[in-house]
Design a binder for this molecule. Structure first.
Ligand code: NAP
Length: 313
């Protein structure tokens, strides 16, 4: 497996072409952490397998598992004594109004992580009432305080991204990334200007839910829907409509040495110049996801996937 690293936006931080999502590490609302599904030992195995493959970019957030995700990630990084690129996020809850609240939250994240600084600090959502510029100023404060090497946003529209970019630029800080939902089943960023604006401004798009929360692995069907909240998002009808796309992904995967639909789905996001951060619950899933890198779909295959996924979007 060849890992082609790239720069994170216009920073000097190098990231692999795929990162590791850690929402699963402690979450019980969407995922079945601790309910017999998977344990801390499984999560540790995910971390170790990623490092062994030299994939060192981990995305967490203060809200994942109510802090558990950060605590586990920090513990693993410290115990491994290896370098890792740690990204976490600030949630601008509506009661967090003062500019200093971001720095206070970042200090709490650093305490849970047990690290002196993070590599990327992101505003999780552009929640009202405060505008993009307000939190961009706070992000610049965090860089100046040496608590993060780079800053990013998440779920920001093209316009909000541009405004955060300008505010940060006035403070000589590049906006490194916008983390947004992007997959074969969620191609809205191609139409709403997010991908284009990021390209124009040199901002890296970090693609979350790149497997559409497991749907693009092909293991969920109308007869075998995903459990819990995911079953409501991807109901029987939606799962039925996805099956021809899964079949095409299988066919395309075979031409690349038996790649799985999940590997094809992740490779497609990489071909679209984004950095996917799939979540994995165990080392088996992680290893499988790593098989998405070191090769590329052909232009014809990308076009075929684009055509078949278009009506699903
Ligand atoms: N910024 C934001 O607002 C935001 C929002 C959502 C996510 N994120 C970030 O993005 C990351 C990834 O997104 P996501 O977790 O929503 O969805 P995802 O990566 O599309 O899907 C992850 C799920 O798919 C299944 N899976 C993963 N790899 C597999 C494989 N190789 N074979 C079979 N099943 C596999 C697992 O669930 P099952 O085994 O249960 O099917 C896993 O929990 C998160 O961890 C988080 O860091 C950010």
């Amino acid at each position: 497996m060849q890992n082609n690293s790239r720069f994170l936006g216009q920073t000097d931080i190098r990231i692999p072409e795929l990162g590791i999502g850690t929402w699963q590490w402690g979450d019980r609302m969407m995922w079945d952490y601790g309910k017999g599904g998977y344990t801390d030992a499984d999560i540790r195995a995910v971390f170790d397998a990623a490092l062994a493959a030299d994939i060192r970019f981990f995305d967490t957030a203060e809200v994942y598992g109510l802090g558990r995700s950060e605590t586990l990630l920090g513990q693993f990084v410290r115990e491994s004594r290896e370098d890792a690129i740690v990204a976490t996020k600030f949630m601008p809850f509506p009661w967090r109004l003062h500019r200093s609240r971001l720095m206070a939250a970042l200090k709490h994240s650093l305490k849970r992580l047990g690290l002196p600084h993070v590599d990327l600090y992101q505003v999780h959502f552009p929640l009202p009432p405060l505008p993009a510029e307000h939190w961009a100023e706070s992000l610049a404060d965090a860089v100046e305080a040496g608590l993060t090497r780079a800053v990013g946003v998440s779920n920001f529209s093209a316009a909000q991204m541009g405004r955060a970019f300008n505010t940060l630029a006035a403070r000589n800080v590049p906006l490194a990334s916008n983390q947004i939902e992007y997959s074969l089943l969620h191609r809205e960023p191609e139409r709403n200007g997010q991908l284009q604006t990021a390209r124009d401004l040199g901002i890296t798009i970090i693609a979350y839910s790149p497997l559409a929360k497991g749907i693009l692995t092909g293991k969920y069907t109308p007869e075998n829907p995903p459990p819990g909240a995911r079953g409501r998002i991807y109901n029987r009808e939606k799962l039925q409509k996805v099956q021809p796309l899964i079949a095409l992904m299988k066919e395309i995967g075979q031409a690349h040495g038996d790649k799985s639909p999940a590997q094809v789905a992740l490779n497609w996001t990489i071909c679209k110049e984004t950095v996917p951060i799939p979540g994995a619950k165990n080392a088996r899933q992680l290893q499988s996801n790593l098989g998405a890198i070191g090769w590329r779909l052909t232009d014809d295959e990308i076009a075929a996937l684009d055509t078949l996924s278009a009506p699903l979007n």
